[in-house]
Structures are given as C-alpha cells and as structure tokens.
Design a protein around this ligand. Sequence first.
Ligand code: SF4
Length: 332
Amino acid sequence: MKTTIPVPATLRRRGAAPPPRPSTAQTLTGPDAGPQLVLDFAAAVDLATTMECQLAAAPWRAVEAGRWRRLVYVGGRPVPVKVAAAGRSLEFFFDAARDGVRERLEAMFTLQVGGLDLDRYPGLAVLREQCQGVVLMAAPPLEMLVLAAFDVSGRAPGRTQVPFDAVVAASGGLTLAGLAALPDTGAVSGENVRRLRLVAQALLGVVGDDDGLAKLVADDRNLLAEVATLPHVNMATAPRVVIAATGSRIAMPTRTALLRICTRLGLLSRQPSGRHDVQTAAGRLARIGDIALVSELLIWLGRAVCTTRDPRCGVCPLASACPSAAAAADDR
Ligand code: SF4
C-alpha cells in the first residue's frame, strides 16, 4: 500500500501556514521557572521541521503544540528533557542538578541550514532559503545505529517508530556491550533487533569497548570505513551515522530517495543504477559544499514529496528552482 507522508505546513510551497507561535518558559515549567539552557541561532528556529525530517530526531516526541520531549541518557541514566522554540532560540527544561545534560544538548543541536554553503545549485540555494530555520541534529554513533536499524524504507525519518527507550533500557544505557547482548523479548524483539545485535557484536569486535569507539569517532574517515563494513550496514546507512556523529562532509548516503531528488534537481546528470554507479554518484554529490549536512533533509523530501511515480511538485518547497518540476507535472 502506498504511503503518503504529510509535508509540514512550515515547508509547503503553497498555502503555507505561519510558523508555530514561539512558546515561553513560563508555559512549560510554571510562572517563576525559566529554561535551564537557551541555545541561540541566527534565524527563527523551525522546530517542527527539525523534528520531522531527521533520523536523529526520532527519540523526541511531540507532547504539546510546539514542544517536544525525550529522555537524554547521561552516563547511561535517563534525564527527561523538554524543548521549545522561542524565536531565534531553543529553550530546554530539565533537572539542572543532573551533570552532563547541558553539554549533551549543546552537542545535539548544532548548525542551522541557513548558515550552510549550498549556493552551487539553484535547488540547494532554495533548500537553504526554505529551510533556513531547521537545526541540524547530531547524535552519538550508537544512538544513530539504533535509529537506523528501525528506519525502514518508505517512512519519513522523523516518523520512524523506534522502541528507542526500550532498547536503551535493555542494553543497560546504550553501551556497546549491552547492545551486543540485546535480549529478544517484549518491545525489543524482531528482525530489526536481531540485526542491531549483530551490528553491535561486529563493532565490539573492532573497537573492543566504548572507549575504543570514542577514539574511532575522533577520526571520521576511519569511522566511516569501519561502520560501512559492519554486517547489515552499508554506504546507504554508514554516512548517516558518521555525519550525525562527527559533522563529517566526506560522504553521502546512497539512499534511493536522496539520489532521485538530486537527479531531478539537476545535481546529477541521470539517476544512477547499479552499485558502482550509485557509489560514484554519491561521491560526486559529497563534493558539493555542505550537501552532506542536509542529506537527512533531502532523504526526507525524496520520500515525502519527490516520490518515484507521483512527485508532489505542487507542495514541494524546491519547485521554484527545480528543472524537473514541469516535466514531473506533465507526466501525471
Ligand atoms: S519540484 Fe517536483 S521533481 Fe522537483 S524536487 Fe520537488 S517534487 Fe521533485
């Protein structure tokens, strides 16, 4: 059955609704309490699209209009965190007595799309303009491996149904050894869990322990090489893990949805096919400015609007600069 993924109103080309009204600290925590952390950005934060379009955002759950919540794990222990946008800022609410949460959140919400080098192609320049308020999210490699294991084809990344907290609890706080010994029971069961366990066992064999993994993360090229050769992980997934973990721009994921939208936008001369062709095309794309950093956005748009047979150019935020928009409309 074909699934149509809704495009958030903040990104629709026509009939766009105004961005969500910024919330205030008082509405979240009471009249006297303020946020425990405020991160400032250059443009008004589009938190709805930030949470919708990235795999790294999957652990966050919308709890009220314009507000999201998740458990952030520090030293394996969960800390509830809420976030809301307030104009050009993100405001975070959590137990300030818990060490390490602030640093974890500062590392999690990084650059905004509006500040990236995306001018080489008109389609990418429009992407930067339309999505300037989207904040790129980072995540540790184990977290991304868990999320990627449940990111089944055809679902928007932000809509991935991941038993994330159950996996973290079952693995003893998302340790590598815990993932390698993941039980197959209750909410943590099935083929995805079996694959995740095999990936963790192989990674454990490469790095030895969590400290060894931390050392590997310091070198994005080595991390990419090691992750890409793990069982059930390939160049469709490994760059997603490495980009989120290190901010690396050295490789693009070979996802079909990403290559399709890049071809229609004129970044590739034709849709690649075959393993070698696909990898060559992804390598070519990776050399275009900061495109690797928006690969999650492109994957999401490729799934949500630039679908294989019925591209939804009428609601595509990139239509004004897309050389395929008219042809795609004529084909329908
Ligand atoms: S305008 Fe149409 S063909 Fe171009 S990227 Fe958007 S959905 Fe795809």
